[in-house]
Design a protein around this ligand. Structure first.
Ligand code: HEC
Length: 161
């Protein structure tokens, strides 16, 4: 009896940080300060991703690897025309010598994509907190303009290669 209680207690304690980290990993925060810290810590690394660097079909520097959170991957797998709130993608950007040189992020913040306003966009060209941030907000025209022909603003071919 005593032993059973102890096991329950231990597994409860173990489950709490696990649940918290799954939650944090799946949902990128918005805004440069929090998002940069989250990216730098590699929180998205557990998401499904492309297997290797490839040249971007868009203007994203040199080479990229896309990562999709579960909400976006499931939605693309289901062939949905629109994705749920919380769907997110992170793209690692690499320079000519294959070194990490920044990140691009898209996150659906509302149920409705609202012609691009319902998506948050972020891109940083560098891996320091003071590197050049080229997008940080909802409905950044530079970003959603080119992403408009995508499936609810998502361009990466799916299933990922
Ligand atoms: C001229 C076109 C173009 C512009 C402008 C553009 N992108 Fe993209 N983006 C692409 C293409 C094409 C892909 C598909 C993967 C690839 O080949 O890079 C993509 C993929 C992505 C992805 C992976 C998810 C997806 O939709 O496939 C993210 C995240 C992303 N872009 C963020 C951004 C952000 C943030 C901006 C604005 C700073 C931006 N993009 C501007 C063309 C563009």
């Amino acid at each position: 009896m005593r032993r059973a209680i102890k096991i329950v207690a231990v597994s409860l304690i173990a489950a709490i940080p696990l649940a918290a980290s799954v939650q944090a990993d799946e949902n990128p925060p918005t805004g440069h300060d929090s998002l940069f810290t989250w990216l730098k810590a590699g929180n998205y690394k557990s998401w499904v991703s492309e297997s290797e660097q490839h040249r971007s079909a868009g203007p994203h520097p040199q080479a990229v690897i896309a990562y999709l959170n579960k909400a976006l991957d499931d939605s693309l797998t289901a062939g949905n025309d629109t994705h749920p709130q919380g769907a997110a993608a992170v793209k690692e950007l690499f320079d000519g010598s294959g070194q990490l040189s920044g990140w691009a992020v898209s996150l659906k913040t509302g149920d409705n994509s609202d012609a691009g306003q319902g998506w948050y966009w972020y891109e940083i060209l560098g891996t320091s907190a003071d590197s050049r941030v080229v997008a940080d907000g909802n409905g950044v025209p530079l970003c959603f303009g080119c992403h408009t022909p995508g499936k609810d603003f998502v361009l990466i071919p799916h299933p990922l290669k």
